[in-house]
Design a protein around this ligand. Structure first.
Ligand code: OGA
Ligand code: NI
Length: 422
């Protein structure tokens, strides 16, 4: 089937690499950047055809004046559907048989992602504990996912963050509509990822906001109810950013690099941080739907605060889906595509998805720690050689994240197709 990738024209610039690679590789193109100043609201649509596994033919078509200001269809809040006590699931949420929760065999119930206790990770003298580092190394290479305990974020703050958001989502839908988002920035209250008309949707609503860089942090774009929510998000964000900084050091050291290496490659102080809070209402036919379709996270690293009461996150391991059993007050850490790219695939950005149920709603907070959005991200020089050539060409995160923002969650197809020509 055809589908569209929208490229915002006021990106610095880009160029499409030859189609023999795959269908979406972009690098700097000075010609296009000239036109981008003329019409700010103009988008470039890239129509990709023949979505066969290894050969993708690319057509580029410009639609002057088109914008991504609005969703392709009227938005329906999943909360409204859940509250109307439907006996059946609307067609828009029925996944094709191959994507339904039960199609792939599930791992034995007790299987879980690694759980790592960070207590004592950084010893008095500042040197990290080797046994803990080794566990993190293995988890990043083999799983792309792990839970952390004694991570330094106060348990009360974690509970306050989740419960403030739960209260927000319990507001009547129309009181949240003032924050409705658009595909232009995704900031605010949303109910879909991707702008493909007619797409099968996920059974969730969400809220998306920026914490960093400072110029993107805008309290007016944050909820104001419950009254404590802004303060709680702010404090939570700061503590989680600190945790990310510590983990970034370990990721660097574990690859034999200077501890600041990953942070520097992310743009040092100028990293991005944003929060997506997911609200998964009860679903009348959970066996036919997904709360969030399979995807890998496009950013650097994700720190997920799951619902303490309700399972839902599943992580792909080989050909099985493993349901994460959250440890009380643990965070779930996962590697995103940008760290897979920087590490030249030593660390894995792993597919995951969310299942829903008919008994209980679920709230989760996904905190995304991202590189500065306009610097090129590519495998670190220290990690490549003639025997181990760079697997990915440079691309900024601004460019990279357009894919999930237009196509919605599509497994690992993006990072897997973002490979260098051979
Ligand atoms: C995400 C995500 C998992 C969850 O928001 O990217 O994977 O458990 N969330 O909600
Ligand atoms: Ni995710």
């Amino acid at each position: 089937a055809d589908f569209w990738i929208l490229l915002h024209h006021n990106l610095p610039s880009y160029k499409l690499l030859p189609p023999i690679i795959f269908y979406y590789l972009f690098i700097t193109n000075p010609l296009l950047s000239k036109t981008s100043h003329i019409e700010q609201e103009q988008y470039q649509y890239i129509k990709t055809k023949n979505m066969t596994k290894n050969k993708k033919e690319v057509n580029i078509e410009t639609r002057k004046g088109s914008t991504m200001d609005e969703w392709p269809e009227p938005i329906v809040r999943v909360q409204s559907l859940a509250e109307s006590n439907l006996s059946s699931l609307p067609d828009r949420y029925i996944k094709p048989a191959s994507q339904r929760p039960t199609t792939i065999e599930e791992a034995p119930a007790a299987t879980n992602i690694p759980i790592i206790d960070l207590e004592g990770l950084f010893l008095e003298d500042g040197s990290p504990d080797e046994a803990i580092m080794a566990q993190i190394s293995e988890a990043c290479r083999e799983w792309g996912f792990f839970q952390v305990l004694n991570h330094g974020v106060r348990p009360e703050l974690m509970d306050a963050a989740r419960e403030n958001w739960r209260e927000f989502f319990h507001l009547p839908v129309n009181e949240k509509e003032t924050h409705r988002n658009s595909p232009k920035t995704y900031e605010g209250y949303g109910s879909r990822l991707g702008v493909e008309k007619g797409a099968i949707l996920d059974w969730s609503d969400y809220y998306f906001l920026h914490l960093l860089p400072p110029h993107l942090k805008d309290f007016n774009k944050w909820p104001s109810f419950p009254p404590t929510i802004r303060e709680v998000i702010d404090e939570y964000g700061k503590e989680v950013v600190n945790l990310c900084g510590r983990i970034m050091k370990v990721l660097s050291l574990n690859l034999g690099l200077k501890e600041e290496k990953f942070q520097d490659a992310f743009g040092g102080e100028n990293i991005g941080a944003c929060l997506r809070v997911n609200y998964y209402p009860k679903c009348p036919r959970p066996e036919l739907a997904l709360g969030l379709s399979s995807h890998s996270d496009p950013g650097g690293m994700t720190i997920l605060l799951p619902d303490d009461q309700v399972f839902g996150l599943q992580v792909r391991k080989n050909d099985m889906w493993i349901t994460v059993k959250p440890h009380p007050h643990a965070f779930i850490v996962n590697i995103g595509d940008q760290i897979q790219i920087l590490s030249n695939s030593a660390y894995k950005s792993v597919e995951h998805r969310v299942i829903v149920n008919s008994e209980k709603e679920r709230v989760s907070l996904a905190f995304f720690y991202n590189p500065k959005s306009d610097i090129p991200i590519q495998p670190l020089q220290e990690l490549v050689s003639t025997h181990n050539p760079p697997l990915y060409p440079p691309m900024t995160f601004d460019q990279y994240r357009l894919f999930i923002r237009t196509q919605g969650p599509q497994g690992k197809s993006h990072v897997e197709s973002h490979v260098s020509p051979r």
